[in-house]
Design a binder for this molecule. Structure first.
Ligand SMILES: [Zn+2]
Length: 139
């Protein structure tokens, strides 16, 4: 499959953030291309599979958490003004929301009764097992 430009940009940004966790700005596509993240992202997407996606998501979640802690430190030390911190935190919340939507889709659903598992295809909170017919709330 050939990744779209948006997919490449999104993945390049993830890779960039993992390598540059302390920089709070978002680089432009040109900068991502010049620094090699664009090509890495394209290669990454061409060879992607579900488990790798989950691993990337896990690492992005970890880096977001670290970034949040760093912002808390900055705020505590008075290094960020109130308006700066509001903008940074709004951006962070948006990324966490995007991430949780993707994690929800990337995670398999496991039936608590029989252990049957299948890929999640919607963000619905409830699922019904096709093997034992158990209806349950998805964690
Ligand atoms: Zn079941």
């Amino acid at each position: 499959m050939t990744p779209t430009r948006d997919e490449i940009e999104e993945r390049a940004l993830e890779l960039w953030r993992l390598s540059n966790p302390s920089i709070l700005i978002t680089p432009e596509p040109e900068e991502l291309k010049e620094s090699g993240y664009w090509d890495r992202a394209r290669r990454d997407l061409m060879t992607s599979d579900a488990s790798k996606d989950r691993e990337v998501l896990r690492r992005v979640a970890q880096s977001l958490l670290e970034e949040l802690h760093r912002i808390q430190d900055h705020l505590g030390e008075g290094l960020l003004s109130e308006s700066e911190s509001k903008a940074v935190i709004a951006g962070l919340i948006k990324r966490v929301e995007e991430l949780s939507a993707r994690v929800a889709v990337a995670t398999d659903i496991v039936c608590p009764r029989c252990g049957h598992s299948w890929p999640r295809t919607s963000s619905s909170l409830y699922a019904t097992c096709s093997k034992c017919n158990r209806h349950f709330r998805v964690v």
